[in-house]
Design a protein around this ligand. Structure first.
Ligand code: 13P
Length: 251
């Protein structure tokens, strides 16, 4: 059986003191929700505070990106060992905002994923098509290509610590959500590519999330789809009550 994972991506929101208050407010709202794993991916400077506040609860903490080198002259970057020591267990790589605004490519996404996995982190790898691709009818080609390029060189045994988040770019922060059928179809395409690259077993065990304007109102119907094993949530993850409602839908 696949694990359902509900993850918040705070993006560039929340100071450390706000992060502490958020975690304190969220903890009782999700206590005992053991039907899914709950992750908060937070800005680097919030990791230590959030991890400390989350201690003893069912909340896991993650980062929003990671560099692929272990250390060195890479001003402004952060390594896996730094994230782990600060308290991050998970890390997002390949988010569309990194690809769009910061020149991230499938090659660098792949390097970051491999580095984080070999350091022992759990990776949430994001991919998804642009609106132009969907309108041109090439969603399957784009999503398949990204899956192949982003997973290149990753060993099957490491897939147990990898989650793929299907995030159609046109649905991120726009209020436009993929329909449950569109989300299911794209997650199913990714799963078939993983089966072809690895094995049916690896594909059937892989957690594939949907992300893009998932919220407390639409989560249940998206999560009910066979190929949708969780959510990566932006805006609605910034409000404890909304995020907890999504967790309850998954639980
Ligand atoms: P929104 O939920 O705000 O659309 O963001 C989705 C996202 O980018 C999660 O990584």
């Amino acid at each position: 059986m696949r694990k359902t994972v509900i993850a918040g991506n705070w993006k560039m929101n929340m100071t450390p003191s706000a992060a502490r208050a958020f975690v304190e407010e969220l903890k009782p709202l999700v206590a005992g929700k053991n039907g899914c794993d709950i992750v908060l991916c937070v800005p680097y400077v919030d990791i230590a505070t959030a991890a400390e506040a989350a201690k003893g609860s069912c909340l896991h903490i993650g980062a929003e990106n990671v560099h692929y080198e272990a250390s060195g002259a890479y001003t402004g970057e952060v390594s896996s060992s730094m994230l782990l020591e600060a308290g991050a267990e998970y890390v997002i790589v390949g988010h569309s905002e990194r690809r769009q605004y910061f020149g991230e490519t499938d090659h660098t996404v792949n390097l970051r994923a491999k580095a984080a996995l070999s350091a022992g982190m759990k990776v949430i790898l994001c991919l998804g098509e642009l609106l132009e691709a969907r309108q041109a009818g090439i969603t399957e080609e784009i999503v398949s290509m990204q899956t192949k390029l982003d997973l290149a060189g990753i060993a099957e045994e490491d897939l147990s610590r990898l989650i793929i988040a299907y995030e159609p770019v046109w649905a991120i922060g726009t209020g436009l959500t993929a329909t449950p059928e569109q989300a299911d179809e794209a997650c199913g395409i990714i799963r078939r590519v993983v089966a072809s690259l690895y094995s049916e077993k690896a594909a059937s065990e892989l957690t594939i999330q949907y992300g893009g304007s998932m919220n407390e109102k639409n989560a249940a119907e998206l999560l009910a789809k066979e190929n949708v094993d969780g959510g990566l949530i932006g805006g609605a993850s910034l409000v404890p009550a909304k995020f907890a409602t999504i967790v309850a839908a998954a639980d």
